[in-house]
Design a protein around this ligand. Structure first.
Ligand SMILES: Nc1ncnc2c1ncn2[C@@H]1O[C@H](COP(=O)(O)OP(=O)(O)OP(=O)(O)O)[C@@H](O)[C@H]1O
Ligand SMILES: [Mg+2]
Length: 254
C-alpha cells in the first residue's frame, strides 16, 4: 500500500519537474550533503503552519529513504502526536521529545526537522537559532500575521551576525488563496525583504485530513496531491541548497 503511494508520488513529482529532471537526483544530492542538516521551522505567531510543514518535510525525506528525525520543541507536542498516530507501515521517522530538557538527537539522523512553539521569547529564540543550518518561516496571508512576521524577522536579524552557523532563511507563504488581495499584500511585503521567498503552499483540506491520519501529503494517492506538488518541489529544491531543477510555473490552482 505504502509502496504504491510512494510510487505514485514519485511519478507525479517527476511529472512536475522539468523534462530533463529526475527526482532521484534530488535524493542523491540530499544524501551527499553534510551528515546532519538541521531545519528549524519557526514563527512565534500561532497557527501559521509550523507543525504542518515540519511533519510534511519529515515525511518527504522519510518517503525517499533519508534518515530523518522530527524534534518537537513544543510542549503541546502536536508533531509527536502525529508521529504516534502514524501507521506502522509508513516510512520511519525518528521521534525526539525536544520540549524536555534532556533530549538526544539520534546519530543516524541525516535531517533533523525542528518544530517549534508559538510565543517564544527572546532567549528561546536565541537558543533555537543556534541549532539551525536552515530556517523556514511560514507566514499566513493575513494582516496580523504579516505584521508579526515583520517583528520576528527583525528579531532574527538582530542576532544573525552572532550565529555560528549563519543559517539560510527561507519564507513560505502558507494557506494561500491566490486570487486574493491579501496574498498580493503578502507578496509585496516579502519582495521588500532581503530574504528568499521559497514556496507558496495552497490552502487545502489535504493537510488537515492527512495530519489526522498520521500521514503526509506525500502518502496520499496521486490525484489528491497533484495540485500541491509544485509548491513542494520549490520548497525541497531550496532546502537542497541549489536549484538543481527548474521547477515548473506554479499552476494557478488555489
Ligand atoms: N496549507 C494549509 N491548508 C489548510 N490548512 C492548513 C494549512 N497549513 C496548516 N493548516 C491547518 O492550520 C492549523 C494550524 O496549523 P499548525 O498546527 O501546523 O500551525 P502551528 O504554527 O504549528 O500552530 P502552533 O503555533 O499552535 O503550534 C491546523 O489545523 C492545520 O491543519
Ligand atoms: Mg505547532
Amino acid at each position: 500500500m505504502v509502496n504504491q503511494f510512494l510510487y505514485e508520488t514519485k511519478l507525479s513529482i517527476n511529472k512536475n519537474i522539468t523534462k530533463t529532471g529526475n527526482f532521484n537526483y534530488i535524493v542523491y544530492t540530499i544524501k551527499r550533503l553534510k551528515p546532519m542538516h538541521t531545519i528549524l521551522v519557526l514563527n512565534s505567531k500561532g497557527g501559521c503552519g509550523k507543525t504542518t510543514i515540519s511533519i510534511n518535510i519529515a515525511s518527504f525525506f522519510a518517503c525517499w529513504g533519508v534518515q530523518v528525525a522530527l524534534a518537537d520543541f513544543d510542549k503541546q507536542h502536536s508533531s509527536t502526536d502525529w508521529l504516534r498516530a502514524r501507521p506502522k507501515e509508513s516510512p520511519r521517522i525518528l521521534s525526539v521529545a525536544a520540549w524536555q530538557e534532556n533530549y538526544t538527537i539520534p546519530d543516524e539522523a541525516e535531517y533533523v526537522i525542528m518544530d517549534t512553539p508559538a510565543g517564544i521569547n527572546e532567549d528561546e529564540l536565541a537558543q533555537l537559532l543556534r541549532k539551525a543550518d536552515t530556517i523556514l518561516i511560514p507566514i499566513l496571508p493575513s494582516p496580523l500575521d504579516i505584521r508579526a512576521a515583520g517583528r520576528l524577522i527583525h528579531d532574527i536579524m538582530q542576532q544573525y551576525d552572532d550565529l555560528p552557523l549563519k543559517p539560510r532563511i527561507g519564507i513560505i507563504a502558507n494557506r494561500v488563496r491566490r486570487q486574493t488581495k491579501i496574498y498580493n499584500s503578502l507578496k509585496r511585503f516579502l519582495s521588500k525583504l532581503d530574504l528568499d521567498f521559497i514556496a507558496t503552499l495552497r490552502d487545502t483540506q489535504n493537510y488537515i485530513t492527512t495530519t489526522d491520519l498520521g500521514i503526509s501529503l506525500f502518502e496520499l494517492p496521486n490525484w489528491k496531491k497533484q495540485k500541491d506538488l509544485a509548491g513542494w518541489c520549490q520548497l525541497i529544491n531550496w532546502i537542497n541548497y541549489n536549484k538543481i531543477f527548474d521547477v515548473p510555473e506554479f499552476q494557478d490552482t488555489a
